[in-house]
Design a protein around this ligand. Structure first.
Ligand code: NDP
Length: 259
């Protein structure tokens, strides 16, 4: 079991104000829970409230795919907390299709809006306050699949690749202001969204002659749990990671490192 106490016996993130997108289930809910355990105040969001939103978090409905939704969320965070010290953009995903040419234009736009532009818009609204305070931490959730894109998900991995590239640039821009920006790249993780996506993927590519696009297996022998990914996020938000910025931490049970 992970404890989040610092050396003096206080919880490590006590007094920190955090915004987590997509905290109603899956990886986002695990991040919210671990932040609360570490003593942070947490505001989280999704398009609809679920009973799986961790108790103790403040929940606000928002669709972060749109500029208006992201800006309204940033305004709510400012009003609720007077600013945020920690921003975790976790909401993400995309529907698989049978080949790149089957991905409709609007789903390319959706993939970019949710996986990339929501992060850009929230960062733009909330990092100026961090700059003024000369302190802050941003974590973007990407995907371990970025280096090995496959046909059903080219819109998704392209958006996540852009997110990682943007994150590295933002890290360099904000480092002089005491703000750290990192990404966490999960592999196959057991979440409602992950399971639903892999089910759709399997149905699309059920034919044996398309085995090269089959859902891969995990060398460590099990799917990740949401807490495996949240552990990495909390590490990046801890003092132990105080010299890490612009990095991408791959947490995938070895899935994408087979060589
Ligand atoms: P889930 O689909 O299980 O949960 C996604 C969360 O984001 C939900 O709270 C959902 O709530 C919210 N969300 C989705 N769309 C929006 C939106 N437009 N506006 C606001 N909130 C939204 O996803 P996971 O936990 O599996 O994934 C979390 C992150 O990890 C994503 O970025 C995903 O790409 C990444 N990832 C996951 C992997 C996996 O195997 N699970 C593998 C690699 C990366 P609601 O639908 O009500 O809006």
């Amino acid at each position: 079991m992970t404890t989040f106490e610092n050396g003096s016996g206080t919880r490590e993130l006590a007094g920190k104000r955090a915004l987590v997108t997509g905290g109603s289930r899956g990886i986002g809910a695990a991040v919210v829970r671990q932040l609360l355990d570490a003593g942070a105040e947490v505001l989280t969001t999704a398009r609809s409230a679920l009973s799986t939103v961790p108790a103790g978090a403040t929940f606000v409905e928002a669709d972060v795919r749109t500029r208006a939704g992201a800006e309204a969320l940033a305004t709510t965070a400012q009003k609720t907390f007077g600013g945020v010290d920690i921003l975790v953009h976790n909401a993400g995903g995309a529907r698989p299709h049978k080949g790149s040419s089957a991905i409709p234009d609007e789903e390319w736009q959706d993939a970019l809006d949710l996986n990339l532009l929501a992060a850009v818009r929230l960062d733009s609204a909330l990092t100026p306050g961090m700059r003024e305070r000369h302190s802050g931490m941003v974590v973007h959730i990407s995907s371990a699949a970025v280096p090995t894109p496959v046909a059903p998900f080219l819109h998704y991995t392209a958006a996540k690749a852009a997110l990682e590239n943007y994150s590295r640039g933002l890290a360099l821009e904000l480092a002089p202001f005491g703000i750290r920006v990192n990404t966490v790249s999960p592999g196959r993780t057991a979440t409602p969204g992950g399971e639903a996506t892999r089910e759709q993927w399997t149905q699309l590519y059920a034919a044996p002659d398309q085995d090269d696009t089959a859902v891969p297996t995990v060398p460590l022998g099990r799917d990740g749990a949401p807490d495996d990914i949240a552990n990495a996020v909390l590490f990046l938000l801890s003092e132990r990671a105080s010299w890490l910025t612009g990095s991408s931490l791959v947490v995938d049970g070895g899935e994408f490192h087979r060589g």
